[in-house]
Design a protein around this ligand. Sequence first.
Ligand SMILES: *[C@@H]1O[C@H](CO)[C@@H](O)[C@H](O)[C@H]1NC(C)=O
Ligand SMILES: *[C@@H]1O[C@H](CO)[C@@H](O)[C@H](O)[C@H]1NC(C)=O
Ligand SMILES: *[C@@H]1O[C@H](CO)[C@@H](O)[C@H](O)[C@H]1NC(C)=O
Length: 473
Amino acid sequence: MSGASRQLALFLCGWCVAALGVQAEEHCPAEHRQAAQYVAAVYEHRSILSPNPLALTSRRQALELMNQNLDIYEQQVIIAAQKVLQRLSCMAIKGEMFLVANLGTKQPCHSSDPGCPNDGRYQFNTNVVFSSNGTLVDRYRKHNLYFEAAFDTPLEVDNIIFDTPFAGKFGIFTCFDILFFDPAVRILRDSEVKHVVYPTAWMNQLPLLAAIQIQRGFAITFGINFLAANIHHPSLGMTGSGIHAPLESFWHHDMESPEGHLIIAQVAKNPLGLFSTGNATGKMDPSRSKFLQILAGDLYSAQDTQDVHCDGAPKWSTNAPPTFNSEMMYDNFTLVPVWGREGYLRVCANGLCCHLLYQRPTLSTELYALGVFDGLHTVHGTYYVQVCALVKCGGLGFDTCGQEITEAAGIFDFHLWGNFSTSYIFPMLLTSGMTLETPDRLGWENDHYFLRKSGLSSGLVTAALYGRLYEKD
Ligand SMILES: *[C@@H]1O[C@H](CO)[C@@H](O)[C@H](O)[C@H]1NC(C)=O
Ligand SMILES: *[C@@H]1O[C@H](CO)[C@@H](O)[C@H](O)[C@H]1NC(C)=O
Ligand SMILES: *[C@@H]1O[C@H](CO)[C@@H](O)[C@H](O)[C@H]1NC(C)=O
């Protein structure tokens, strides 16, 4: 580790989060005191350049580091870490709120400690939590670093859960941590944790891992409120924050404006999960077509899913469409084109088979494809994924499937499912112009996990089930 990169330690990592719960009910009539909601806010902070010309040098260094390493923090050299902490604490009191911020912290260590860096200190990527009276109530040190040369990994995982008077227990972790078991999944084993605060510096990667996509998927999968604050740095692809509940999201994704953005929303103290809603099936009108009859019916009750297309339904196509390979998110996906007005498709790779039943009210000239990947992802991090994805391709050629696009016109009513060998599956439903939609239904049916959606309000960019097999990393 070079000395230069160690110099970058003392800065606010954009102090990207103000995730706060305001006790709204204090200002309400007594009968509303037991309000079921609280107010949350996240701030997508535009990183500020230091007026100090010396800072330009460190910024250039930082940008070099960023290009190499992809996980990025805009650098703000600060005069003294303690002073900052004091200011944050005062902000928490002024706003009568809990406040979470992300910054770099250092911790002296002794040379007798074999892990102690040469300069005699550990440097951590840290979140600090202040209560509404200004007390520092907890701190979380990032565990899954993303090529952050300036920072050290804590020797032990911080499994941090803090309590609030307005909404109970909150979990906390940072950025890349979202893709790993520790601490993100482990802290949610405590069923009283219904909220997560999440500062991030996430570089968007379509079609599967834009910031708002994975944030929303996490909220849905675990049935929690997910308060995410990204850094605002469009030139590095960093934007995308949100207050995500399982059934609803308030998000911000803006590649145009240079300005930061504050999101404020009321969220439930006890978020309702998608799994607890019973009315979603009713949205389909079974009289409209044979296809919708299948979708609205109990698809799996009687027979194996593979018989679906030949049992009572018209045969969608006699000639199976061609299978091809294309790179998506640096992974070698196996895909089939999604042609025609309606159909059933199946595509398999390794141990995973993905299925799609679809109908399109109108045909667009765009190419869509159904893809599968079951393997170890090894670029910019190593993690095992199982993915079923319906994506809009970049152009009309098969080799454009997997490219990054944000605009689409294709409307689909569909049922997407796969025989995943993990229960950690993140649903993703991204539509044109970086908008999010909520699945109609989601869950296990026999040994398949499915996502169902009809009535999209804008063109489909990505519908995916993104599974993680933590034990195979
Ligand atoms: C400040 O808040 C913390 C955490 O909510 C609480 O434990 C502590 O007692 C409070 N201190 C005062 C002086 O109210
Ligand atoms: C992708 O996988 C297919 C099928 O396993 C293989 O034929 C092809 O060579 C692979 N492509 C690349 C670029 O590795
Ligand atoms: C998924 O289905 C395919 C095809 O039937 C099968 O080969 C594979 O073993 C299944 N995977 C799991 C995890 O059951």
